[in-house]
Write a protein that binds this ligand. Structure first.
Ligand code: NAD
Length: 344
């Protein structure tokens, strides 16, 4: 097989990052990009052809093997379905879609055309994530008693602009979809599904800039045992203040912290010494604000390895669907609790 040929839908912040990673990989080739905006508007400095609609990409564009969907959240389902209709493998940026029903449609279509679907959850590749996953899977921590995840970030008017999709209910979906789905993915990957969800959601200081909550306190049971809570906010002044996960378990206690869960800040496990972890990649830097770990290089490599038959998908469609399902249930619980409170 020759090089794996990629086309990218959405030439914004993350689409350009995908383009960089594909171009930098000797086994990959970037053959086309697609955006409703022009090259100048996208600030695209490349000779790669840009198609101005998805239908034009698939009718007039060059042959490709993989389509990376890097458009706004609310368009992921439509664009993934169009790519499967054109018989391509699909990489879909997080979140996979904005409803579980749309995720199911995507999976059904992928299976129908026998093509792969890759979800993007690149924080799994950070050294603390790899370490804690193997510690939990090998039973080092024993039974999990309690998990507390705190994500206290800043997203203000530098981020939410009137003309942008961010902050709009139909295109963004909410802070759990756009800012914190990585943490829900890590939680599901490590501890499995949750139930008995109780959410309290509030919009403290984004009434003029978003159509949804900016903060929440959520508690739940893990189906595999133990209890958990997720506390999140984008209302923090000026900085991403904290992203952390504390695990209290039968055989020890671990806290992973740093701005985007890139440091093990506490580890006390019975008969165990914490190894020296390799350094991780920094956060994606968007100027005024920072995002999640700059690990897309591993995602593109996994796509190539899987298509070449050397590996398996690291974040599969079912995992992408579960993240959306958990977020949907958290929001539903928040709506039900607010409704009950307003009736009292
Ligand atoms: N994995 C990560 O850490 C990470 C980080 C940032 C963003 N993302 C995800 O990537 C996606 C894009 O985010 P972004 O920050 O790059 O946004 P962005 O606004 O910078 O880019 C989105 C691009 O999509 C284009 N677009 C809109 N409608 C389109 C259409 N119908 N057809 C083709 N292109 C269209 C826009 O013109 C824009 O250039 C989102 O789903 C976001 O959640 C993931």
């Amino acid at each position: 097989m020759g090089k794996v040929r990629f086309a990218i839908i959405g030439a914004g912040h993350i689409g350009k990052r995908h383009a960089e990673m594909v171009t930098g990989n000797p086994e990959a080739e970037l053959v086309a990009m697609c955006d409703v905006r022009s090259k100048e508007e996208c600030n695209l400095k490349t000779e790669i052809p840009l198609f101005r609609s998805v239908s034009e990409l698939f009718t007039s564009g060059p042959e490709c093997d993989v389509v990376s969907v890097c458009s706004p959240n609310g368009l992921h389902a439509e664009h993934a379905l169009a790519a499967f209709k054109a018989q391509k493998h699909v990489v879909v940026e997080k979140p996979m879609a904005l409803t579980k029903a749309d995720c199911e449609k995507i999976i059904y279509n992928a299976l129908n055309v026998h093509r792969h679907l890759f979800c993007v959850m690149q924080n799994r590749y950070s050294p603390p994530s790899i370490w804690i996953k193997s510690a939990i899977d090998s039973g080092l921590l024993g039974n999990i008693y309690m998990v507390v995840i705190n994500c206290f970030w800043n997203r203000d008017d530098r981020y939410y602009k009137k003309e942008n999709w961010k902050g709009k209910k139909d295109m963004d979906g909410g802070t759990l979809f756009t800012q914190f789905s990585h943490f829900i993915d890590i939680m599901y990957w490590l501890f499995g599904d949750i139930t008995n969800i109780h959410s309290r959601l509030r919009d403290f200081n984004h009434r003029g800039s978003t159509e949804f909550e900016d903060s929440g306190i959520v508690h739940f049971d893990f189906i595999n045992g133990g209890i958990g809570s997720l506390n999140f906010s984008t209302s923090v002044k000026n900085v991403n203040f904290e992203s952390s996960m504390t695990i209290i378990a039968e055989k020890g206690t671990v806290k992973i912290g740093g701005q985007y869960m890139n440091e093990v800040v506490y580890c006390d496990i019975e008969n165990y010494s914490m190894p020296q972890l390799p350094p991780g990649n920094p956060a994606n830097d968007y100027g005024a604000y920072k995002g999640s770990a700059a690990n897309h290089v591993y995602i593109i490599q996994n796509v190539i390895d899987t298509i070449m038959g050397r590996s398996q998908i690291t974040t599969n469609a079912l995992e992408g669907l579960k993240v959306v399902d958990i977020i949907e249930r958290i929001y539903k619980s928040g709506e039900q609790i607010s409704k009950k409170m307003s009736e009292i």
